[in-house]
Design a protein around this ligand. Structure first.
Ligand code: PEP
Ligand code: MG
Length: 579
């Protein structure tokens, strides 16, 4: 086939060339339905065949990879075999099919989770890690039973460009970074959570490519340009050469940025701006430190939940938070409490579907309702706080009462720990996100109640401009350069400084070099962003003068439209580049 080009939305930069791997979420069988007693034999047989095939597959894998993998990696595969031949695991699944009349898929999930949870709560770290073996074995069985996905995400074992209808945040966190060169999806917007995770995984990505699944075929060659949002299938040799050149230029720029990455960020006239990282896991923490992050401005703890099949207990969370605290110590890590709901659904939490999930049961609202879930997390964060410098941040606070309730929950967790004689940092800072317009408008009141603010523009934009952040049909309206957004930020920043607390930003706007001068002019003290922007933003800050940023911000808040602000920022940027 001849060369074809597709325009989407570039969400994570980088140029990659590779073979297409198509992935589409199939319609899942109705696993929740109970079977009829007369179906029990047939369903048990179906399970038995799946179990035999799973063992065969694992044995073949061991034979195929022996000598090529390290002993550690091989033992992970062997672990699956051990689980599949365990005297309790498969029999218990069979029992649920026959006695409880569960579909095999449901029985496998249930037993797998039960065993994984048992392992996860063990004291011994070796045994805790066995939980992953149980889940691998369970996923293998589920893959065979649903006929879905062995050709799917978990089974990808060579470098590909993944072309999918959509990837949920939990799909994204499971992608194997070694094999996914890049990904392209039909759905998604610039700040949908999937795009955010792509950036933090540093996987080049383009979303919003309507029709691409139909238009390309498995194994076809594709070039993906994550900065320009372009995909080119079956590229001609001239196109390949052009993109190789572009790729080379990008690499040179990266080298230039990395040179200033390890110094503190300061404008040319001496204004200090803390450049921090948005992370979702310990792996991100380690990576961001290398990129020059001076702190963690946002640790999205929901990834700890999204990457599991059941709610992580206090001990698991404590271990994860502790590792991150230690990795960053003495630098600060702002741990955001669970922000689930909206476009981040966690199946095991059983959140009912809603007509307007972004306006519904989400983030702090859910945590205040599910006290046990919230207390477990708060205790884990507090326990980890003595291993570094942690701060706690509440997401999506819309009003004073909500903030007061969240703080009361934190106090309760502190009191409990104190009673139990468990040490924690009793001077831990508490902050809140400004991502709902009501919070920005009430910032003078709220500033008296917290130690810091952090502006979450991803949500602030969607709530103030009434534009769903993940809906590509209205993505033309979703623009953080809107003067209304600048006004809300300015109002919040003035309130923060009048009350002597710092204000950061952890929404995606903070990592956009075009927006950085405006943000500095609006008074932001800290900018926190995805890993791949840190070095460049530090480099750009060094070329700015604080005074001109302030003048720029003053003009921006008086503009009439987002377009006018964008043009203003583009002119400013070309002035900086020329000078
Ligand atoms: C935001 O809303 O800007 C933010 C940082 O939070 P999230 O993207 O996780 O909703
Ligand atoms: Mg948010």
């Amino acid at each position: 086939m001849s060369e074809r080009s597709f325009q989407g939305i570039g969400v994570s930069r980088g140029i990659r060339r590779g073979k297409v791997c198509l992935f589409q979420h199939g319609t899942k069988p109705d696993a929740e339905r109970k079977i009829q007693p007369r179906e029990a034999d047939a369903e048990t047989d179906r399970f038995n065949r799946a179990a035999e095939r799973a063992v065969r597959e694992v044995e073949e894998l061991i034979a195929k990879t022996a000598g090529k993998l390290k002993e550690e990696e091989l033992s992970v595969i062997r672990g699956q075999k051990t689980i599949l031949s365990d005297p309790a695991y498969c029999p218990e699944i069979r029992k649920l099919i026959r006695e409880e009349l569960l579909k095999p898929e449901k029985a496998v999930s249930q037993v797998t989770e039960k065993y994984a949870a048992i392992f996860e709560n063990m004291q011994n770290s070796y045994m805790r890690e066995r939980a992953a073996d149980v889940r691998d074995a369970g996923n293998r069985l589920l893959g065979i039973l649903t006929g879905a996905d062995r050709s799917g995400l978990a089974a990808i074992d060579h470098p590909v460009i993944l072309v999918a209808d959509d990837l949920s945040p939990s799909d994204t966190v499971q992608l194997n970074r070694d094999f996914i060169l890049a990904f392209a999806t039909e759905k998604g917007g610039k700040t949908s959570h999937t795009s955010i995770f792509a950036k933090s995984l540093r996987i080049p990505a383009v979303v919003g490519l309507t029709g691409i699944l139909e238009a390309v075929s498995d194994g076809e060659e594709l070039i993906l340009d994550g900065s320009e949002g372009i995909c080119i299938a079956a590229p001609e040799p001239d196109t390949v050469a052009e993109y190789e050149r572009k790729g080379e230029e990008e690499r040179k720029k990266e080298e230039l940025y990395l040179r200033s990455a390890q110094q503190d960020a300061r404008t040319s006239d001496g204004k200090r701006i803390v450049v921090a990282a948005n992370i979702g896991s310990y792996a991100d923490a380690a990576g961001s430190s290398r990129e020059g992050a001076e702190a963690v401005g946002l640790f999205r703890t929901e990834q700890v939940y999204l990457s599991r099949q059941s709610s992580p207990g206090e001990e698991i969370q404590f271990q994860e938070y502790k590792k991150i605290a230690e990795c960053y110590s003495p630098r600060e890590v702002i741990v955001r409490t669970l922000d689930i709901g909206g476009d981040k659904n966690v199946k095991y939490l059983g959140i009912a579907s809603e007509a307007n999930p972004f306006l519904g049961y989400r983030a702090i609202r859910l945590c205040l309702d599910r006290k046990e879930l919230f207390q477990t997390q708060l205790r884990a964060i507090l326990r980890a706080s003595r291993y570094g410098k942690l701060a706690i941040m509440f997401p999506m606070i819309a009003d004073y009462e909500e903030l007061a309730a969240a703080k009361a929950m934190l106090e309760e967790a502190e009191e409990q720990l104190a009673k139990e004689g468990i040490p924690f940092d009793d001077r831990i800072k508490t902050g809140m996100m400004i991502e709902v317009p009501s919070a920005a408008l009430m910032a003078d009141v709220l500033a008296k109640e917290v130690d810091f603010f952090s502006v979450g523009t991803n949500d602030l934009v969607q709530y103030s401009l009434a534009v769903d952040r993940g809906n590509k049909q209205v993505s033309y309206l979703y623009d953080y350069c809107h003067p209304a957004v600048a006004r809300l930020i300015r109002q919040t920043s003035e309130a923060a400084h009048a009350n002597h607390i710092p204000i950061g930003m952890c929404g995606s706007m903070a990592g956009d070099p075009l927006a950085v001068p405006l943000l500095i002019g609006l008074g932001l003290d800290e900018l926190s962003m995805a890993l791949d922007s840190i070095a460049q933003v530090k480099y750009e800050i060094g070329r700015l003068a604080f005074e001109s940023c302030r003048n720029l911000a003053e003009t921006a808040v008086n503009c009439k439209s987002a377009r006018e602000v964008r043009n203003l920022l583009l002119d400013f940027r070309s002035g900086v580049i020329r000078s």
